[in-house]
Write a protein that binds this ligand. Structure first.
Ligand SMILES: Cc1cc2nc3c(=O)[nH]c(=O)nc-3n(C[C@H](O)[C@H](O)[C@H](O)COP(=O)(O)OP(=O)(O)OC[C@H]3O[C@@H](n4cnc5c(N)ncnc54)[C@H](O)[C@@H]3O)c2cc1C
Length: 461
């Protein structure tokens, strides 16, 4: 009789856990997945997918406005939040069912319960108290919103989790945060007609992104009516007769209908039994793993947001797949986290891959910058005052394109394709050799001939 119930026990049925379970089962492993909330995890239930649906909804307002310049007469559009949320919920339920079916077809056992480790081979299901033995354990518990330090009235503040299920569209909303989730929700609510104030403690939104992107996005968001307040934090939130009174560190006060914090996410590690199993944490607060997602305990692995490496769905999926191939498929597969393309579904959209100008200057002896800002053709007849932005960061010694940064319509779609070229180590000459597709915005990528500037690092004395 085997001394374990499963070859693999996966804690967390999100993007990474579901992929790992399915692939491991395909390699012949007996697998159980425990999910404490809903199968599909953050991305499907309260992350990427519902977010993008809300982004689509919010952008119709610009389409209706722009239509007049193209000869259309559009009756005064009206928007119904409840319809949007009900339709979004239906789609999420469909996806959750599809994920469940995929797992069932792969013969993966699913248990709807919180699971914690009792020791390095034993998992306890909190719902029933049942204890199960597993040869291998995969920690794929993701991350959760972190609202920051305690302030007066924090109980009135919502996170992105609740923003997806509000009863009503707030007429006025204050969002604290400057990361991608904050700017995306600012765009969503602004496009749907809310009055939006974005408060961020730093100098500018989207810390870690290229400075030109940050500047360009900020001015475009402001142009669309988002009020952006930087170098301030929310000090208190008080319930008042018609909403909430929010006071900032400079004593500015705002009365709004909703207060949302998008102030970061923390790995879900609390109470997981890491210590009892001998699993350690890394400096970034996530579970410490090597390139194969293996923890210090050889048969316990961790993938996705709980490791706090690159917190994106495709990365969690790739890590889950690589784990299953490594451990159950006799195909050791390390994960490469370099040059991961990514998008911010703000309004306008951002797409980036590779190094920022500042990162390139810190690493390379010579850096050439190409950039272009222009009014997209579609907006001309509409009379919309907006500009798109393209930037290439090039290694001046090898001519390799080491970074690409786009702000404008479809930036997310474009950056996926540029990502292939950057990953293949394409040079600026390779880009230039490609014929333009005209008239498009992306033709800018192959027609930027003039360097905007060149950085040359002075040799040390
Ligand atoms: C608002 C928002 C928008 C986002 N937009 C994008 C985007 O556009 N593109 C993108 O690539 N990424 C996006 N992300 C990030 C993306 O959702 C995550 O990177 C991805 O979901 C990580 O996958 P994961 O498998 O590591 O964790 P998750 O998908 O979070 O799954 C973890 C699962 O584990 C469960 N769980 C936790 N603890 C336990 C336990 N002890 N027992 C049982 N179950 C447990 C949780 O309920 C959850 O379902 C977004 C995130 C948010 C919040």
């Amino acid at each position: 009789m085997p001394d374990h119930d499963f070859d693999l026990f996966v804690i967390g049925g999100g993007s990474g856990g579901v992929r790992a379970a399915r692939i491991a089962a395909g390699h012949g492993a007996t697998v159980m997945v425990a999910e404490e909330y809903r199968v599909g995890g953050t991305c499907v239930i309260r992350g990427c997918v519902p977010k993008k649906l809300l982004v689509y909804a919010s952008r119709f307002s610009y389409e209706f406005e722009d239509a007049a310049g193209y000869g259309w007469t559009v009756p005064e559009p009206t928007f119904d939040w409840k319809t949007l949320i009900a339709n979004k919920d239906r789609e999420i339920a469909r996806l959750e069912a599809a994920y469940t079916t995929t797992l069932e077809r792969a013969k993966v056992a699913i248990v709807k319960s919180r699971a914690v480790m009792e020791d390095a081979h034993t998992v306890r299901l909190v719902a029933t108290g049942e204890k199960l033995r597993a040869k291998n354990i995969l920690l794929a518990t993701g991350a959760a919103p972190h609202l920051g330090s305690e302030i007066a009235g924090l109980e009135h503040v919502i996170s992105s989790n609740e923003a997806f299920d509000l009863e009503e569209l707030p007429k006025r909303i204050l969002i604290q945060g400057g990361g991608y989730i904050a700017v995306e929700f600012a765009g969503i609510f602004n496009g749907l007609g809310s009055e939006v104030t974005l408060v961020y403690r730093g100098e500018n939104i989207l810390r870690g992104f290229d400075d030109d992107v940050r500047e360009h996005l900020r001015s475009e968001m402001e142009r669309r009516g988002v009020k952006i307040v930087t170098r301030q934090t929310v000090e208190s939130v008080e319930k008042v007769e018609h909403g909430f009174c929010v006071v900032l560190s400079d004593r500015q006060a705002f009365t709004v209908d909703r207060v949302m914090f998008a102030t970061g996410r923390r790995p879900n590690i609390s109470g997981l039994g890491l210590e009892t199993a001998g699993v350690t944490l890394a400096k970034n607060g996530g579970i410490a793993v090597d390139a194969f997602s293996q923890t210090l305990v050889p048969h316990i692995h961790a993938i996705g947001d709980v490791t706090n490496r690159v917190n994106l769905t495709p990365v969690a999926i790739r890590e889950g797949h690589a784990f299953a191939d490594t451990v159950f498929g006799s195909k050791p597969t390390p994960i490469d986290h370099i040059d991961v393309p990514t998008a911010v579904f703000s309004e306008p959209e951002v797409g980036v891959v590779g190094l920022t100008e500042a990162q390139a200057c810190a690493r390379l002896a010579k850096v050439d910058i190409y950039k272009s800002s222009f009014r997209p053709l579609k907006t001309t007849l509409a009379g919309r005052d907006t500009r798109a932005f393209f930037k290439l960061v090039v290694d001046g010694e090898t001519d390799r394109v080491v970074g690409c940064h786009i702000v404008g319509p479809d930036a997310g779609e474009m950056i996926q394709l540029v990502g292939i070229a950057v990953k293949m180590k394409a040079t600026k000459a390779d880009f230039d050799a490609v014929m333009a597709v005209h008239p498009t915005a992306s033709e800018e990528l192959v027609t930027m001939r003039e360097k905007a500037l060149s950085h040359v690092r002075q040799a040390a004395e």
